[in-house]
Ligand binder design. Sequence first.
Ligand code: PDD
Length: 290
Amino acid sequence: MSDAPRPVYLNGEWCDTATARVSAFDRGYLFGDGVYEVIPAFGGRLFGLAEHMARLSRSLAAIGITEPLAASQWQGVFDRLLDGHDGQDVAIYLQVTRGASERRDHAWPVPAVEPGVMATVSPIGGPGRDARVITAPDQRWARCDIKSINLLPNTMARQQAFEQGCDEAVLVRDGLVTEGAATNLFAVLDGRLVTAPTGPQILPGITRGLLLDVVRHQTLVEVEESFVSLGALSRADEVFLTSSTKDLWPVVEIDGRSVGRGEHAGKAGPITRRLDRAFQAFKQSQRSSA
Ligand code: PDD
């Protein structure tokens, strides 16, 4: 599927990955003036759709773009993108930009132009290897809660990780871990599950939120939403990342040192594995009840 052209919804029309074209004056292209979502679908069923669409609405409202499509119109787009993918795990990528305006001006066009809307679908790769990560300075802006298409600091951090043979960069601001370049981070410290609180310093990950609901509902482990210091991260018994395309992703090495101690050193830890089982069961239950 990766080589064959994939369907693309673009500004009200259907085309494919080989033919999709946007205006050189689209403000997403000129300024990174837009927001996006990545919504997974497992076995043809969208997972966490309501949460993803609520986050999209919050992102759009935060940057003053009016909702371009009604919920039923989005659903029509998703249905067409998912057509024929019943047996596969795929991710829908959608983005909304402020639209195209031939006058390049930082201030928004008056009157407002039609938002640029794009959505497509791609396969989600298998689980892959456990994560080896680096730590890197968090060089992002002060509104990381908006799922902005401005991802330059994220792409630079992830690239730095790749160049060191690693899979992800864990971002650190003022000695405190915020999140990964494209993931949220959880650490197990003294038997508690700790993750950064929502707020302007992190993206409120949908996987993060759903996992916390499962953990609290089933009282699997005590949860604390507070920032993990770099020192605490290096002493953590277990560390894992979450995202819509990776679910729970065990971290086995940080800056070249194994995570965990004794028999668990450098391996996915017992709490991570237990939470992963609970999360997979939750996913399965959503699938059968959808
Ligand atoms: N990234 N933090 C950041 C900075 C992210 O970019 C992402 C997701 C997450 C996890 O959020 P969620 O659980 O809602 O996927 C956390 C997506 C997958 C991406 O940019 O491709």
